[in-house]
Design a protein around this ligand. Structure first.
Ligand code: ADP
Ligand code: MG
Length: 447
């Protein structure tokens, strides 16, 4: 294990940690960290500032060490060091100097055009982004990219920044939240002059998650003037948002209309084919050979968010390392099964209700599901029951087997995997399962 780089181990650990802590917690404390080194039982993690270092040291050290030990199979101690060059630095801590170097440190090196997989869902946005780099400031200004969370907006925005940088065009990248904080601080500290200088001297402005400024009047004002000044001198502006300008209810009209001046490109959730292409690409960068069946299984499970898709892949890889077992569909089901049952948004239904609903739908008796009948219809109903019990109740594999008349866990895994695979290919199976789910949910309206 010693030869695997610290960053690789850390990325896998992050995949695990992302599933263990709450989303805000992950985003605030863990998302911008890196694996720096791993030697002599000491694992050094790079963090953006001392505040994060202290928080992690105090509150998450044991969870982090446990996760790392699971991955490396060794006893180790975690240390948190403030490191520059993190993907999203705090400008106030960046020393003045080489502008290009400074700009480079704003970007996540993984977020490039080369690593961005194109599918029907994001083709327009990617092509627009490439056009913008070719014709900075002269076409589509601003370029406005919108789409749901985890679909690649930040990736694309930073890809533009890095491609432009390769041509010596220095783009200033900031989240709207960062922009807001800096602007508010500048007003409070009466340093608006240097705020102006910074933003209005940029060759290009890349603002991520603009929806954040909606309703913040002061910031909207600041952004409005920055926007006009840059655009009037043909400097490129690229903006991302979680929705289109029209759907940002609190946004001032004059900003809304400006956002609509250029090109508005959306990113939709990826289809199965694109999800598979993304998984193949990610597995390749991790130097892991994973069988197509397994990738397909993961792709059918994580559907509308690429961050989750990646998280699932990381989790499967981590699981196989943890168990020192090859990556098979069964193992993937095991690794990802927990996600479904941990999902607090999924209503809790009890297994008896599921068995009844399945039996009714197939005009069978519950005892048939638990019994030994093996005709096609009964077998399918039984597999569906396993699948639904696993995804909607907290039942473990063993408990699920018990609910189905004492079947062993490998039978349950096989049944669930089969349905998980078939559901995407057969719209009628999908419909059937959705109907059963609805019957169960109707009985539990408050859950
Ligand atoms: P958003 O900003 O829309 O919430 P991100 O840009 O942060 O989403 O993307 C989430 C994760 O998914 C990132 O790790 C990113 O690299 C990856 N990702 C998103 N879209 C693609 C794609 N088309 N090809 C490869 N990776 C992608
Ligand atoms: Mg983003």
């Amino acid at each position: 294990m010693q030869d695997r780089s610290a960053q690789q181990i850390w990325e896998t650990a992050l995949g695990e940690l992302e599933l263990q802590v709450s989303r805000p917690n992950y985003r605030t404390w863990l998302a911008n960290t890196r694996g720096l080194s791993y030697k002599d039982g000491q694992f050094i993690i790079g963090v953006p500032n001392t505040f994060v270092a202290e928080y992690l040291d105090k509150n998450q050290r044991s969870l982090i060490e446990k996760t790392l030990m699971g991955l490396t199979g060794r006893q180790l101690a975690a240390h948190f060091h403030v490191a520059s060059g993190n993907p999203i630095p705090d400008y106030r801590f960046t020393p003045p100097g080489n502008r290009a170097a400074q700009s480079l440190s704003m970007f996540n090196p993984n977020y490039t055009f080369d690593s961005f997989v194109t599918g029907n869902n994001n083709r327009l946005a990617k092509e627009a982004a490439l056009m913008v780099v070719e014709n900075l400031g002269h076409i589509y200004n601003p370029l406005f990219i919108y789409g749901g969370t985890g679909l690649g907006k930040t990736h694309l925005l930073q890809a533009i920044g890095q491609a432009a940088l390769a041509r010596n065009i220095i783009g200033l990248y900031a989240s709207a939240e960062q922009f807001t904080n800096e602007y508010v601080t500048a007003i409070r500290e009466r340093s608006t002059e240097s705020f102006r200088d910074k933003y209005r001297s940029a060759d290009m402005l890349l603002v991520d998650d603009i929806q954040f400024i909606g309703g913040k009047e002061q910031t909207e004002e600041g952004f409005f003037h920055t926007f006009d000044e840059l655009r009037n001198s043909n400097r490129q502006i690229v903006i991302t948002s979680d929705c289109k300008p029209k759907s940002m209810p609190l946004l001032q009209e004059r900003l809304r209309s400006r956002f609509e001046w250029g090109l508005i490109a959306d990113i939709q959730p990826p289809d199965l084919e694109t999800r598979l292409a993304i998984l193949r690409a990610k597995a390749k960068t991790k130097n892991t050979d994973i069988h197509a069946d397994v990738l397909e299984f993961i792709a059918t499970r994580a559907k509308d968010n690429i961050r989750e898709l990646e998280g699932s892949l990381n989790r499967v890889i981590a699981y196989s390392r943890l168990l020192r077992a090859p990556v098979t569909t069964e193992l993937a089901l095991h690794a990802l099964g927990d996600i479904a049952t941990n999902d607090s948004q999924k209503p809790a239904v009890n297994p008896v209700e599921i068995l009844e609903a399945v039996a009714n739908t197939f005009q069978l008796a519950v005892s048939d599901l638990k019994g030994r009948k093996r005709d096609k219809q009964t077998t399918l109903a039984r597999h569906i029951a396993m699948y639904l019990i696993r995804s909607h109740t907290g039942c473990s594999l063993t408990e699920t087997g018990r609910e189905l008349g004492g079947r062993d866990t490998s039978t349950v895994i096989h049944g669930c995997a089969k349905i998980a695979r078939d559901i995407d290919e057969s719209p009628s199976l999908k419909r059937q399962i959705t109907e059963i789910q609805q019957i169960c949910l109707k009985r539990n309206p408050h859950k």
